[in-house]
Write a new protein. Structure first.
Length: 271
């Protein structure tokens, strides 16, 4: 564990992404926006949209009062548009139940529609610098790489019950198996800085060694975007946001248009 911490802090001091805008604020609302945007979206895309979104909706009240159509228009291009709907729903609840102030307890945060367990933990850690156990893809990669390596299969978390000498078979590692390690590693560390460092180090490890998170039982490869239902849904929403007919979208994707349109209605993104 000592060696692991040393590796994480060493990398962070030299190569940490210290200038990310959501790392230069302690505003819980702005951190909430960044965390929702960073789900399943690369940082370069978020950097542009984060600034644009906060310019349009600078406070939790402004987001809560905005029509969903305006929120989706500004969100356009980010993908996974349900995130915009959930973010707005969270803002509405924060205004109605907490007077526009983002709560600072895990129980309160996790009770808000649109805020999941990870996002609640991220707000506690990054906005309020409170200790909490966080796990996401980069953190998962860092721990799996160091503590569930090939050399440790027979004695470690990843060895199957059928393991025989000379024949080692990896089994997917559940988060519950590495959570004790995550908790132990965070002891005595500054919550905010430690988790930033972990995320940066995990991202670095993924670039160097493929993606160790493939060893995880929670790993799911993102489906291809081109020609997908997600692409058609996004095209329909962009047309609606721009006030243009969706006929061109229907002609371009005749096989998936009806399915995409119906799914957007079910999600409450269009009427």
């Amino acid at each position: 564990m000592r060696q692991f911490r040393t590796a994480v802090w060493s990398y962070y001091r030299t190569h940490g992404r210290h200038d990310l805008p959501w790392r230069r604020t302690r505003n819980p609302y702005k951190i909430l926006v960044s965390e929702v945007m960073l789900q399943q979206t690369q940082i370069p895309r978020v950097l542009v949209k984060y600034k644009e979104f906060l310019k349009e909706f600078p406070t939790v009240r402004s987001l809560a009062q905005a029509p969903l159509s305006d929120v989706l228009r500004v969100w356009s291009g980010m993908g996974y548009n349900r995130r915009a709907k959930y973010l707005r729903a969270a803002a509405i609840e924060i205004v109605e139940k907490y007077g526009g102030r983002v709560p600072r307890t895990a129980v309160a945060l996790r009770s808000i529609a649109g805020i999941g367990p990870y996002t609640a933990s991220a707000i506690l850690v990054f906005a309020f610098n409170l200790p909490d156990t966080m796990i996401e893809t980069n953190i998962r990669a860092a721990f799996l790489h160091h503590f569930v390596s090939e050399a440790k299969e027979c004695a470690g978390l990843a060895c199957t019950s059928m393991c025989k000498p000379g024949l080692h078979t990896l089994k997917p590692v559940h988060d519950r198996d590495i959570l004790p390690l995550i908790t132990e590693a965070a002891e005595g560390q500054d919550p905010r800085e430690w988790h930033w460092a972990l995320m940066d180090y995990g991202s670095h490890i993924k670039k160097l060694h493929g993606n160790p998170a493939r060893k995880s039982a929670h790993y799911a490869k993102q489906s291809k975007f081109e020609g997908s239902l997600r692409q058609v849904r996004g095209a329909i929403l962009r047309a609606k946001a721009q006030g243009t007919p969706t006929r061109e979208v229907r002609l371009r994707y005749p096989e998936k248009y009806a399915q995409a349109f119906a799914s957007l209605r079910r999600d409450g993104l269009i009427t």
